[in-house]
Design a protein around this ligand. Structure first.
Ligand SMILES: Cc1cc2nc3c(=O)[nH]c(=O)nc-3n(C[C@H](O)[C@H](O)[C@H](O)COP(=O)(O)OP(=O)(O)OC[C@H]3O[C@@H](n4cnc5c(N)ncnc54)[C@H](O)[C@@H]3O)c2cc1C
Length: 383
């Protein structure tokens, strides 16, 4: 957002206030590192449009800025006849979204692309790729500095007040006055939006996504990116195998409701975060609707063999002894009051501010396109 603002409005004074000591340390620095091509998303949704545009722009940006990136391609594998209807729907969505090069493949072609994967049918998306998202975030910050903007780290915004023609942001280093602000606080988005006077709906509930990695000697099991056919009712893509730009092959993530918005350790609990989750009516509706899925996720999070078995459905040679623990990310899942897991990007406004209320995957892929969209909205709203 800051990069887009400073490019479009070179005379504006643009300042990023970041709580942590460096940028990109939360979701942007703890994810699968995949540039999604736009296969999954409902045609016509913001997610679909901003993903396809954003992926194209991100490849061009990485090339221009010499950031490591690889369009390694991905296969989505159906392993049983019951998944074929959902694969058809993914193919329909991907084609409607103009995903470049997307095509249906059969069992033989799955093996030709990924010799250790097994399935009865699949989709191949040659333009899905991998990148180092923290390096991308760092490059965006450098663009802001080059345009005479400021990036202030270690600066936690704690309060928001409207004062006449200005917005006063109270933070851990004092206060900053701004004409306008765009809030992009990830897992803390709802708190800052509410502090600025927005509706509490949707609330953010944290889902911990843990990864395993293949031991180096077993990396040959995966050439690029192998995904299952996801459950269309859930905003998660299922346990996948992904080559990382640094050569690691990751397995994951799990999706376990967490006790803290920064639950990088499974045991981390924060009273305020637990209270916010439990006090939200949507959480109880979500528990009622999804408790079975929750138990499966709990098993994946606590038993390595169950987690590995989920991936071995489509890479049968995979064994628990082939893997070791990697890292975990925490997904900022927006949850509506009625229990709906909000799937699309959500942006909203209060007085002098715009709020990014839900920027789930593939928001890292879509970052350049989201910025264009949101800054365009800000121009219309604020003149
Ligand atoms: C497990 C996992 C896997 C994913 N895989 C992919 C993928 O492969 N491809 C993809 O495109 N997307 C993926 N995503 C999604 C993607 O990572 C996120 O959508 C994206 O990074 C969101 O960026 P953000 O800037 O909104 O949030 P974040 O990166 O979480 O940044 C929010 C920032 O706000 C700061 N902040 C919060 N509160 C305050 C405050 N009070 N004051 C100051 N600063 C504050 C935080 O410190 C943080 O730096 C994945 C996400 C997860 C969790």
């Amino acid at each position: 957002m800051a990069r887009e603002l400073s490019r479009r409005h070179p005379r504006a004074s643009v300042c990023v206030l970041e709580r942590e000591s460096s940028i990109g340390t939360h979701q942007t620095g703890h994810n699968s590192g995949v540039i999604h091509a736009g296969v999954y998303y409902e045609p016509g949704s913001l997610k679909a449009r901003l993903c396809v545009e954003g992926a194209r722009e991100l490849y061009a940006y990485c090339e221009a800025r010499s950031i490591a990136v690889e369009a390694c391609g991905k296969v989505i594998v159906a392993t049983e006849p019951g998944e074929l209807g959902r694969l058809d729907e993914l193919e329909r969505r991907g084609k409607a979204n103009w995903v470049p090069g997307l095509r249906r493949i059969d069992a033989r072609e799955i093996e030709a692309l990924e010799p250790h994967a097994r399935g009865i049918a699949g989709l191949h998306s040659p333009e899905t790729g991998i990148v180092d998202f923290p390096a991308v975030a760092q490059a965006y910050a450098e663009d802001v500095l080059e345009a005479d903007g400021a990036v202030v780290t270690g600066c936690a915004v704690e309060g928001v007040r409207e004062q006449g023609a200005a917005l006063r942001l109270l933070h851990s280093q004092g206060a900053t006055e701004a004409g306008h602000a765009i809030f992009c606080a990830g897992a803390w988005a709802d708190r800052l939006a509410v502090a600025a006077g927005a509706d509490p709906d949707p609330r953010i509930v944290p889902f911990r996504g843990a990864y395993l990695r293949l031991k180096p000697a077993r990396r040959e099991l995966v050439r690029a990116l192998i995904y299952p056919v996801p459950d269309p009712a859930l905003p998660f893509l299922g346990v996948h195998l992904t080559k990382h730009i640094d050569g690691d092959v990751l397995i994951g993530p799990t999706a376990l409701l967490a006790g803290a918005r920064d639950a990088y350790e499974l045991s981390r609990l924060r009273r305020e975060d637990v209270r916010d989750t439990l006090a939200w009516p949507g959480s109880w509706r979500m528990f009622g609707n999804w408790w079975r899925t929750g138990l499966t996720e709990l098993r994946h999070a606590t038993q390595r063999s169950a987690f590995v078995r989920a991936a071995a459905r489509y890479v049968p040679e995979l064994r628990p002894e082939d893997v070791e623990p990697a890292f975990a990310g925490v997904r900022a899942q927006a949850l509506a009051r009625d229990g709906r897991l909000v799937d699309d990007f959500v942006f909203s406004a209060t007085g002098r501010a715009l709020h990014v209320r839900n920027a789930p995957s593939p928001a890292a892929t879509s970052s350049l396109a989201i910025a264009r969209h949101v800054v365009g909205e800000a121009e219309q709203l604020f003149g």
